[in-house]
Ligand binder design. Structure first.
Ligand code: SF4
Length: 131
């Protein structure tokens, strides 16, 4: 696959495309494709923002610390042990249509989008491709 960024640096290696759209896995599953699980990387990756603050997702304003003050090992431990984030990753805590959805184990909706659209991290994802 052509990649502008790779072309710019003359990189010829393998290019991996990540899809951060939770309901895409529900769509694939509904069409009979086997999906490995949820596409959301919440609590599996750390995102360092421009000011050094670290978030569990670039779209969730929940800083775990700052790389200027905290070591990466400490930040990673915070990410893994944070109770709020564990709750956000628990599909049994989602509300509305997501709570009744047969694809919630592979999707669960986008929690950041729920927050920015309706002010509640746990409500249904209004941008679901299956709703
Ligand atoms: S209803 Fe919620 S859990 Fe189900 S596919 Fe849509 S966004 Fe995902």
């Amino acid at each position: 696959m052509a990649c502008i960024a790779h072309d710019a640096i003359g990189y010829k290696g393998f290019s991996k495309v990540s899809v951060y759209e939770p309901s895409y896995s529900a769509l694939m599953s509904s069409r009979g494709f086997e999906v490995p699980g949820r596409l959301c990387s919440l609590s599996q990756t750390m995102h360092v923002m421009e000011d050094g603050s670290v978030r569990p997702c670039p779209y969730i304003p929940y800083p775990l610390g700052n790389v200027m003050k905290n070591g990466l090992k400490d930040l990673w431990r915070r990410l893994k042990e944070d109770k709020f984030l564990q709750g956000l990753c628990d599909v049994n805590r989602v509300k509305g249509k997501c709570s009744e959805c047969s694809f919630k184990e592979v999707c669960g909706g986008c929690r950041a989008r729920a927050y920015w659209m309706l002010g509640d991290y746990f409500v249904e994802d209004k941008v679901c491709v299956l709703m």
